[in-house]
Design a protein around this ligand. Structure first.
Ligand SMILES: Cc1cc2nc3c(=O)[nH]c(=O)nc-3n(C[C@H](O)[C@H](O)[C@H](O)COP(=O)(O)OP(=O)(O)OC[C@H]3O[C@@H](n4cnc5c(N)ncnc54)[C@H](O)[C@@H]3O)c2cc1C
Length: 496
């Protein structure tokens, strides 16, 4: 092996909210371990740096979307991308993580060498196209779950005929002038419902064109309890209490929707009807065919989207695109929508593990045949960990749990002289897709993600309480984990 290869104990892919979190926990719980973060972009933040469309914001409350170790102190609980970026920048600065990040570096592939008990990771310097190798004891993939280079846009017939501009929210032109223009947004997910009120402030009119309705729930943008508590019980305790309260609230709402779908539907319909003008066809535009939380609910802070509809600045059309025309969109009903700008808020292209090709001793790993263990390790893949947060509550709630558990696993291995660890599936075990959520973009790409089992550590529960029990309170050792010493060959001379 080349003796100039740089080696770290843990190589983290991605400087988004997950990768920065992983770095924090490593520094705190495993200060002797060396680590680096390889980040393809020129800045931290991942999702919150990439998306630049007007109004871009979270739909989770930031008291659960922020880290457990750093209080969210902004008055807005539903926060703009700018506010989230400031919070992440502070986290990086306060914890001296910046120097560990290699910006503009993309991980291409990673090969586990059994002989050397380490990963050889091929990295591209994006500015020059030059490739080089780093090695690491553990490879920690915090690369998010979707493609950064391209959003998802279905084929729309006649697209080339349209004389206006077509824009995808993932590639928002900085100088797009929509003042006074007729804008049609295709889609009904979180991005579309964020764009509607934001564009309606300046556009001539905004139409949200949806194939089928989504559950849209008004939520307060500020959490009065969270904003009052610090004066009463101090900042740190107030944050902990608010976080616990909001975790419980998210869990209650999710469970309520799953157990009493009819009651949940009735309640959401009531909340929607209250916000809409009298006589509005609520069921046509706001009554989905599926049950609440079978797909992610869309939150609208302070009912901003409904306000735009009430003010006549925005409207919703439920229909299907027949074809784009020179002047806009002809719908399958025969109706025509005039547009100067069409925004295709049609979703993401999912991508497992940052598109990185994994192999073990040169043999490619077929990720879709692997089974997730405790939601962060993969069957038969040594010293590989990944971060995939919650899709039914705040993604970040899982970051602390996984990273703590990972650091405890490292400590356990050190204490027992192990350098290699991987989970092994017991005999024949029934499996199902890792991503259970039924949204179109999850279904489209489920095949490239690993499987999960039905129970125990092989299940990925998507539930904070169950994970807390398993990851925070449970032991790291497990009958399904295989530990090993390195192979007999001495480790090659590497730069530590
Ligand atoms: C518009 C939008 C709004 C969202 N709002 C919410 C919300 O309110 N609540 C919620 O819980 N979730 C939300 N999500 C989901 C959101 O993506 C996650 O919550 C969270 O930000 C993911 O953080 P992450 O660090 O895991 O991944 P990302 O933010 O995707 O960051 C991954 C990083 O890894 C880097 N990377 C990837 N592959 C490679 C590679 N091969 N080499 C080098 N670097 C690589 C990327 O450049 C990126 O910086 C939202 C998603 C979107 C798209």
């Amino acid at each position: 092996m080349n003796s100039t290869i740089e080696h770290v104990d843990v190589l983290i892919v991605g400087a988004g909210i997950s990768g920065i979190g992983a770095a924090y926990y490593l520094q705190k719980m495993q200060p002797a371990k060396t680590f680096a973060i390889v980040e393809a972009r020129a800045d931290i933040g991942g999702t919150w740096d990439l998306f630049r469309y007007p109004g871009i914001r979270s739909d989770s409350d930031l008291h659960t979307f922020s880290y457990e170790f750093k209080a969210w102190e902004n008055e807005k609980a539903i926060a703009s991308a700018d506010a989230i970026m400031s919070y992440l920048r502070e986290t990086v600065a306060e914890n001296g993580i910046g120097n560990a990040i290699r910006f503009g570096h993309k991980v291409i592939d990673a090969d586990w060498s059994t002989e050397d008990a380490r990963w050889l990771v091929q990295i591209e310097r994006l500015e020059t196209g030059e490739r080089f190798t780093m090695s690491c004891g553990w490879f920690f993939c915090a690369s998010g779950y979707y493609r950064y280079d391209e959003g998802f846009t279905p084929e729309f017939p006649g697209r080339e005929r349209f004389s206006g501009q077509v824009v995808h929210p993932q590639h928002w032109p900085e100088d797009l002038d929509y003042a006074g223009k007729k804008v049609v947004i295709i889609g009904s997910g979180a991005t579309a419902v964020t764009l509607v009120p934001a564009l309606a402030e300046a556009a001539g009119h905004v139409t949200m064109l949806q194939r089928s309705p989504t559950y849209i729930v008004p939520v307060p943008s500020e959490d009065r309890i969270a904003n009052t508590l610090p004066k009463l019980i101090g900042r740190e305790r107030a944050y902990a209490v608010t976080r616990t309260k909001n975790v419980a609230k998210q869990r209650f709402i999710y469970r309520f929707c799953q157990q009493y779908p009819r009651a949940a539907r009735t309640l959401i319909r009531h909340l929607n009807a209250k916000q809409l003008p009298t006589g509005y066809p609520v069921d046509e535009h706001f009554r989905p065919a599926y049950n609440p939380w079978d797909q992610r609910l869309c939150a609208v802070p302070d009912a901003d989207m409904f306000k735009a509809i009430r003010a006549g600045r925005a409207s919703v059309v439920t229909d299907r695109v027949d074809t784009f025309t020179e002047r806009g969109i002809r719908l399958q009903s025969g109706r025509e929508l005039d547009a100067d700008i069409i925004v295709t808020a049609t979703g993401l292209n999912l991508l497992a593990f940052g598109g990185i090709t994994l192999s073990v001793d040169g043999v490619p790993v077929d990720v879709s045949n692997k089974v997730a263990f405790k939601g962060f390790l993969l069957s038969d893949v040594p010293n590989f960990a990944y971060m995939f947060g919650y899709t039914n509550s705040s993604w970040t709630l899982k970051v602390g749990l996984v990273c703590e558990h990972f650091c405890r696993l490292l400590a356990h291995m050190d204490a027992n002289g192990h350098t290699v660890c991987y989970p092994q599936v017991p005999g024949s075990m029934p499996t199902r897709p890792l991503l259970g959520i039924s949204a179109g973009y999850f279904k489209r790409s489920a095949a490239q993600f690993p499987q999960q089992g039905a129970e125990g550590p092989w299940r990925t529960p998507m539930e904070y309480r169950a994970d807390r029990k398993m990851l925070r309170e449970g032991p790291v050792d497990d009958d399904h984990l295989r530990f090993a010493m390195p192979a007999s060959t001495p480790a090659p001379a590497l730069i530590a």
